[in-house]
Design a protein around this ligand. Structure first.
Ligand code: 5AD
Ligand code: SF4
Length: 446
């Protein structure tokens, strides 16, 4: 049987969808290739969030398609956000491509491989309001952590963001399916699950996802996401729960209570802020002000002092003045983020902000990007320094990539800890460690 490999760009959602597609190919009798170079089938899972991510994927696909000249039987496929965005046009750009599968048709990957083996080309696309195929199959392979998609698509429509156009309308998976999936994962040795959704705290708002757990009350489902967290936490064998991504509107008293009272819920929240200027936030259509965002952070830190908060920031949004940028800098200092991903604004076709002038030049975007990165480096180092001498619980992951004599693991707050393992330690075991050294991105323990 032919061997396959996935090349995945973009977010955890894509990582998860590549995994589910790999499961389907394994079930169809194919095997995973030792590496991409030797694979008979290569599937590129793509991201459209910034122009650069698409350019990289097109370059990669061009090389892969060119490799068909020497290996005509090789199958090259495309899936994910760029497949959805480009539709049939991708075949004009890449005539040798065997298939292109849109974001809501993940179940079509395995059938498209079968068709390609028989010499047929596939384009699978669903309308953006059609029910999406939810990724459900897993490749556990002795892992102790897994991703579980609970919410597909997004309805928020931030003015810069292409996601609603490439992933379609928000759709919550039925709770019973999610819980069944997590129970199976637990039976397969998974100890940590990360629940995924673009705007995850909206889980259950638009789909009647709670028919099994809770009959709808006259007022509708008022607290669905926290209820799902509780239901996942009740599953035996699951020891840690994470989720991503958050929005300040979802930082409710109920969620904060869970952070305090549910020991399985990890003390980490990824809460993209995008900008610290209320003016820019309003043009981004983010649905909160600077003050409202900082209030959510304050409440979280007050109730859960050891919580780690991470964020995403866009610099160089149309019309971002020096004062707006300074507002972002000061917000980042005030929020005291544990980590931040900084992106240079990139106009995306079809979005509202793409109709506005991209007026911050690239050099200025780069300068703002660098400044925030170096601020964050200093902040990260300071925050980590404070952890020296404290004892933290670490879920051991296995030998560290750099030095096999050491192991790496993660704290509940998602910080990486490098340590020398006691004898007979198993991956997935939890141990208490005292932090002895700190770098901006890594902690060290004896
Ligand atoms: N330009 C730059 N960054 C973007 N992001 C989303 N859209 C754009 C864009 N057009 C960033 C946001 C988001 C992250 C996944 O990517 O910060 O949170
Ligand atoms: Fe990229 Fe967004 Fe698609 Fe994830 S959902 S792959 S970040 S465009």
């Amino acid at each position: 049987m032919p061997t396959f490999a996935f090349h995945t760009y973009g977010c955890q959602m894509n990582v998860r969808e590549s995994e589910a597609a790999a499961r389907a190919l394994l079930d169809a009798g194919h095997t995973e290739a030792a590496d991409e170079a030797s694979a008979d089938i290569v599937i590129v899972n793509t991201c459209s969030v910034r122009g650069k991510a698409e350019d990289k994927a097109i370059g990669k696909l061009g090389l892969l398609c060119a490799s068909k000249r020497e290996r005509p039987a090789r199958i090259i496929g495309l899936m994910g956000c760029m497949a959805q965005r480009m539709g049939k046009d991708i075949f004009k750009k890449l005539p040798l491509l065997d298939f292109s599968i849109g974001t809501r048709c993940a179940d079509s990957v395995a059938p498209a491989v079968e068709a390609a083996l028989q010499g047929r080309t596939t384009l699978a696309m669903k309308p953006l309001d059609a029910q999406p195929d939810a990724p459900s199959g897993h490749v556990c392979n002795g892992n102790f952590a897994a991703f579980v998609t609970i919410l597909l698509g997004c309805n928020r429509r931030c003015t810069y963001c292409i996601v609603p156009d490439v992933r379609g309308d928000e759709w919550s998976r039925p709770a019973r399916e999610i819980l069944k999936e997590v129970r199976q994962l637990a039976e397969n040795g998974i100890k940590e699950v990360t629940l995924l959704g673009q705007s995850i705290m909206n889980y259950g708002l638009r789909t009647q996802a709670f028919d099994e757990l809770d009959p709808p009350s006259p007022g509708g489902y008022t607290l669905p996401f926290p209820r799902l967290l509780e239901a996942v936490a009740a599953i035996d064998g699951i020891e840690r729960i994470r989720f991503t991504s958050g929005h300040p509107s979802g930082v409710t008293e109920e969620l904060i209570r869970l952070y305090r009272e549910e020991p399985k819920l990890c003390h980490h929240l990824h809460l993209p802020v995008q900008s610290g200027s209320t003016e820019v936030l309003s043009r981004m259509r983010r649905g909160y002000t600077r003050e409202r965002y900082l209030e959510a952070v304050r409440k979280l830190r007050q109730a859960v002092p050891d919580i780690a908060i991470t964020t995403d920031v866009i610099v160089g949004f149309p019309g971002e003045t020096e004062a707006d940028f300074e507002a972002t800098r000061s917000l980042m200092a005030e929020a005291s983020f544990d980590n931040a991903f900084i992106f240079k604004y990139s106009p995306r076709p079809g979005t509202v902000s793409a109709t506005w002038e991209d007026d911050i030049c690239d050099a200025e975007k780069a300068r703002r990007n660098q400044l925030l990165l170096s601020d964050q480096d200093i902040r990260g180092a300071q925050l980590n320094q404070r952890l020296i001498g404290t004892t933290v619980e670490v879920l051991a992951e296995g030998p560290s990539l750099r030095n096999k004599a050491n192991w790496s693991g993660r704290t509940s707050s998602n910080k990486i800890v490098i340590f020398s393992p006691p004898k007979a330690l198993q991956p997935g075991e939890r141990i208490q460690l005292t932090i002895t050294k700190a770098a901006p991105q890594t902690l060290y323990a004896e």
